[in-house]
Design a protein around this ligand. Sequence first.
Ligand code: FAD
Length: 367
Amino acid sequence: MSDCLVVGGGIIGLSLAYELSRRGMTVTLVEQGEWGGQASSAAAGMLAPLKEFTAPGPMLDLGMESLALYPEWAAELEELTGGDVQLSLEGLLTVALNEEEVQQLADKYRWQKEAGHAVHWLSNTLQVKEIEPLLTDQVQAAIYSPYEGHINNRMLLRALATACQLQGVKLLSGCVVSGIAVKGGKVVGIETSTGSLRAEQTVIASGAWVGMMLEMLGVSVPIRPVRGQIAAVSSVGIPLRTVIFGTTGYITPKKDGKIVIGATEDESGFQREVTMAGLASILQGTMPYVPALHSATFLEAWGGLRPATQDGKPLLGPVPGWEGLSIAGGHFRNGILLSPVTAKSMADFVEKGETERLLPFLPARFL
Ligand code: FAD
């Protein structure tokens, strides 16, 4: 019997299991496939709340809080595991190629500046190309955000799995959860392909599959899969300095010699394959920003299922009416960014029953 069972070994489940074990709790983490084998390894690893959240509010606050946690979180994981996670918070550009985009970007810059965020307005081609010389001459303006960036999410997943192991988390991969065990109205654990597991608390962190899991109790949770198709090309001969976001795609130069380009958002149920249309949209959506990409060597393309919710906010906290059961899911496009803050605020709930930080995100808003 553990203090806590975490279902789902993606970035959210691994981060939470690690945080709980750091706090001295006994934790079992259950994953049906490989650690991080779904959305979490498909991601581009962008840590970009100011780009992602288009208005002030709880999501931007959560994203900024998580970004601020990243340097210490990454350093601690690197020290514990001896592995690099390639955190790079060296800035990014959101660019405009025409007058309409310039207006939209200028509006965004205005409220971000008024709210005190560290952003700079670059008002002409020359200024933008000083930051990133490989950008197209068509670029007219940009927001430069010097403290956002990216991480190698696959290396982060490996570090988290190792850290969990070192902290004594019971790690069960290849173990499919098939039921939620209830006794006297309280959730007491789960049924799996390898037997029953019992715990004081059970947290469902199974990404796009959270809804399916809760259906086992007859509870309907609005989390659905939204496919993201994404690709990588070689950076040989294309010495990009900065992450670039445009309205039709993003371009991320990684430290491992790859440039990650993406990504589609398409509804395809639980299919995560790459389609010709998806690949075409990635290529057509990114090449206009960096003409040098036309000659890049294509390396690979892949897909993943983002866990999307109706209101764009994750579901974090207890499931009403089911003592001992909570959810940490629905992070949509930002699960990598939001993993440290999710781990810490969910651990505060599991360990101490605290829900204050979770208030805007409680599953109760749908149940
Ligand atoms: P997952 O990683 O999907 O993990 C859930 C796990 O639960 C899976 O491993 C699954 O096998 C397991 N599971 C499901 N059912 C069961 C069961 N019955 N029994 C046992 N285990 C089960 N986010 C960012 O912050 N920055 C980005 O740049 C970024 N880019 C992205 C690009 C793409 C193309 C995609 C697809 C996503 C991107 N995201 C990004 C979003 C991010 O990947 C997700 O929000 C995040 O990975 C969700 O993590 P998770 O742990 O909730 O889900």
